[in-house]
Design a protein around this ligand. Sequence first.
Ligand code: MN
Length: 318
Amino acid sequence: MAKDILTKKQQNIVMISSYTAKGDMENLEKALNKGLDEGLTVNEIKEILVQAYAYCGFPRSLNGLNAFKRVVESRDGDKLGEEGKVLPKDTDKFAYGDNVQFKLTGSHIKGGIYEFAPAIDQYLKEHLFADIFARGVLSYQEREVATIAFLSTINGIEPQLNSHINVGKHNGLTDEQVDEILKLTSSVYKGGDFGLGGENTANAKYFIGESYLNPLTKDGVASVNVTFEPGCRNNWHIHHKGGQILFVTEGRGYYQEWGKPARELKPGDVVNIPAEVKHWHGAAKDSWFSHIAISVPAEGASTEWLEEVSDIEYGKLK
Ligand code: MN
């Protein structure tokens, strides 16, 4: 199983962190129950939800803690576990945090925005890397697993996500483990606002990997929300007579026309595929991906399915 790349504990940290960052209370409660069932302590989960505030803000953290309080009160016999430690009053927190940041990242971070706005450097070091990281309970690596999960669930913060992926690797995470974290966190959006629908059985033989179809309109102009699991893509194909329009709704994926470089796709992108153009579309290797597909109506329109997009070809995409 691919999922064995991460331990059960790591998987639970990822899902709790990701649903907290998304603010999906219903699935968060399920993830919290699962985490407790599979051996996380109450205090370990509290640490994840407290740390959340540094990366997704107090509202997400407080909502997560409220959900967890409800969950804990609805159950019996969960282990409290080790409690978080508080730094002694006379600690030089700036120096302590600077040292933790050095251990985490392998370098002393200064200059740039930290010189431009020294207050943020002070808060990061004295509070996040001193007060929070000194609490223990979770290892630095476990805290980075949570951070990568928070950041990869929120859009538009790729620089921070990439730097924390590097921090995670500096603390022993492998490339495969990072890819697995990204796959899991992209799954919290699978199907997105337009719904996952059912397994794509009708055209499964023209897809590599699992895909799902949620028909949105059937009369007049047909439209369907198509969801691809990470690594899933359709074969090269041609829409004859009528073309196809794609509206990207969730995740990260690709569109490629024969003889041209692949185009990376993200939510909000539109692809207007002319009739008779050989092409494929699908997910990135580490992300769930959804687009709404509209078939441009035309007399005698049909789709011709061709060869697979080979692993070698697909593997060249980042
Ligand atoms: Mn197509």
